[in-house]
Design a protein around this ligand. Structure first.
Ligand code: ADP
Ligand code: MG
Length: 251
């Protein structure tokens, strides 16, 4: 579903991603862990081309993201509508919920399907109601973001991403900005999504979640993937000394 092939990315002289490769199969849940500044967010942003890559390739469902192959063998950048269309199939949820403050929960979820997918208001409303129910917020549809807790706002953000019917969901530390007692409700929604077979890449500090829900865990450090494996292997017998150090510091 997602294939990153030797991708590199620098900000000025700072090399943030160093030839990273990762394949994620349909239905797979991959957790990315690692110290702050190791390039996890940049990696996610490169996957949906919110950030351009300097070298390497990212494929989504077999299609290159960012570039398309021309018949003469050369590459041409994908832009505008085409990029939007591709990106709409990759849902993203950030640490900061970024809901539209002047719209109700329901309107926030309806917005994408109407403006990007061209759905009718009725259709968008039905879908939004269904998705808010799915994330346990059927009774909050008419609330504005300021009238919702952080956990509820993040669940609206997940419903909003799902409204685009994505084939993959990317999560960048979705619970890091939440009060501890609100983390569980968001993780539960994500766990249900995983159980339904959604393909997911989740950058997280929640080791319990990674251990329980992820099919594979990726340890990133200093712009590289140092270790990748099943959660039981990574958490009980990490091979790389840096993974050991990191786990010792967070567990
Ligand atoms: P992580 O998510 O693992 O904490 P990031 O991907 O956010 O790491 O950042 C990796 C490195 O890239 C950090 O040193 C960060 O300061 C730097 N960085 C991230 N985004 C930018 C940017 N837009 N411009 C310059 N440097 C950046
Ligand atoms: Mg980050």
């Amino acid at each position: 579903m997602i294939k990153a092939e030797s991708i590199s990315k620098s900000f000025g002289k700072l090399e943030v991603l160093k030839e990273i490769s990762l394949e994620v199969k349909q239905g797979e849940v991959v957790a990315i862990i690692g110290p702050s500044g190791s390039g996890k967010s940049t990696f996610l942003r490169c996957i949906n081309h919110l950030e351009s890559i300097d070298s390497g390739n990212v494929y989504f469902d077999g299609q290159p993201i960012g570039f398309k192959q021309l018949p003469n063998g050369k590459k041409a950048p994908i832009k505008g509508k085409e990029l939007c269309q591709l990106r709409s199939q990759i849902g993203m949820v950030f640490q900061k919920f970024n809901l539209f403050p002047h719209m109700t929960a329901l309107e926030n979820v309806m917005e994408g399907p109407i403006t990007v997918l061209g759905k009718s208001k009725t259709e968008a409303r039905d879908l939004a109601e269904e998705l808010l129910a799915k994330v346990g917020l059927a009774d909050k549809a008419e609330n504005y973001p300021s009238q919702l807790s952080g956990g509820q706002q993040q669940r609206v953000a997940i419903a909003r991403a799902l409204a685009m019917k994505p084939k993959v969901m990317l999560f960048d530390e979705p619970t890091s900005a939440l009060d501890p007692e609100l983390v569980g409700e968001v993780l539960n929604v994500m766990k249900n999504l995983a159980n339904e077979g959604m393909t997911m890449i989740v950058v997280t500090h929640e080791m319990g979640f990674a251990r329980e829900v992820a099919d594979r865990v990726v340890f990133m450090d200093d712009g590289k993937i140092l270790e990748i494996g099943k959660p039981e292997n990574i958490f009980t017998s990490p091979k790389h000394p840096r993974t050991k150090d990191f786990l010792r510091s967070v567990l």
